[in-house]
Design a protein around this ligand. Structure first.
Ligand SMILES: NC(=O)c1ccc[n+]([C@@H]2O[C@H](COP(=O)([O-])OP(=O)(O)OC[C@H]3O[C@@H](n4cnc5c(N)ncnc54)[C@H](OP(=O)(O)O)[C@@H]3O)[C@@H](O)[C@H]2O)c1
Length: 212
C-alpha cells in the first residue's frame, strides 16, 4: 500500500517511519523537501520512504494522511488538485486548539474532522490518532494496559482500511465512534487528555477503558 502524508513534522515523520517499518511505501511532504533537516528521517526509512512536495505526495498515495497544523491545513489542501484525492481514504489527525490561556477547542458546534470532510467531499475522511502524542502513535506500550484508539468516518470500507493500518502500527484496542460528526468527541477527548497530562504530570499518556 502506498501512503502519502501531507506534512513532515513531528507526526508526519513518526507515522511515516512507523508505516515504512510495517511494509508500506511512504511519501512524507514539506514546503522544502530538499531541506537537509529531512536527511536523518530518509536514512532511517531507506527505500520504503521519501520526501516530496505536497502535490507529489497526494499523487503518490493510495491512502493519505493529513499531518498539518490546523492553521495551514485548508490553504495546503487548496493547492492540491482534488482529483488527486478523489475516492481516497484520507486520515485526519489534526487538532484545532487555542493555547493562549490554557488549551481550549477552537471550533464550536463542529470539528476539524467534519470541516476536512466538507473541504474534501469526494474523499473518505477518517479521523484517528489525534488523541495521543506523536511519541505514542506507533507501537504504544503502557504498563497499565492497552490504550484505546478511536476513529470516526462516513465510509465503512475506508474505516476497515484504517483499522488495518492502526493494527499495523501496533494498536489493538480500536473503537469506531460512528460518522465523521463524531470526530467532535475525539477532539474533546484529546483536550481532556492534554489537561489530564498536565494536571497529573503524565506526558505521553492515552485513554483506556478500565474493566472490573
Ligand atoms: N505533535 C503531536 O504530538 C500531535 C498529536 C496529535 C495530533 N497532532 C496534530 O497533527 C498535526 C501536525 O502536528 P505536528 O506536531 O506534526 O506539526 P509540526 O511538527 O509543526 O509539522 C508541521 C508540518 O506542517 C508544515 N507547515 C507548517 N506551516 C505551514 C504552512 N504555513 N504552509 C504549509 N505547510 C506548513 C511544515 O512544513 P515544512 O516542512 O515546510 O516546514 C511541517 O511539515 C496538527 O494538526 C496537530 O494538532 C499532533
Amino acid at each position: 500500500m502506498r501512503v502519502g502524508i501531507l506534512g513532515a513534522g513531528h507526526v508526519g515523520k513518526m507515522l511515516g517511519k512507523g508505516l515504512a517499518l510495517a511494509g508500506y511505501q511512504v511519501r512524507i511532504s514539506s514546503r522544502e523537501p530538499h531541506n537537509p533537516k529531512h536527511v536523518p528521517w530518509k536514512q532511517e526509512v531507506g527505500e520504503s520512504g521519501d520526501i516530496t512536495s505536497y502535490d507529489e505526495a497526494a499523487q503518490f498515495g493510495e491512502m493519505m494522511i493529513l499531518a498539518l497544523p490546523w492553521s495551514c491545513l485548508k490553504d495546503v489542501l487548496e493547492t492540491i488538485d482534488p482529483v488527486k484525492l478523489k475516492n481516497k481514504t484520507v486520515i485526519d489527525v489534526s487538532n484545532a486548539l487555542y493555547v493562549d490561556k490554557g488549551p481550549r477547542l477552537l471550533l464550536e458546534d463542529t470539528s476539524a474532522g467534519a470541516i476536512v470532510q466538507e473541504l474534501l467531499p469526494e474523499s473518505h475522511v477518517v479521523k484517528t490518532l489525534n488523541t495521543v502524542s506523536e511519541k505514542v502513535m506507533i507501537h504504544p506500550s503502557f504498563k497499565e494496559g492497552s490504550p484505546i484508539m478511536f476513529m470516526s468516518g462516513n465510509d465503512n470500507p475506508s474505516k476497515d482500511q484504517v483499522r488495518t493500518l492502526l493494527i499495523d502500527l501496533g494498536w489493538s484496542m480500536i473503537v469506531d465512534l460512528g460518522d465523521i460528526g463524531q470526530s467532535r468527541l475525539q477532539e474533546s477527548i484529546m483536550l481532556a487528555c492534554v489537561i489530564s497530562e498536565i494536571q497529573l504530570q503524565a506526558p505521553h499518556s492515552a485513554f483506556a477503558l478500565l474493566r472490573q
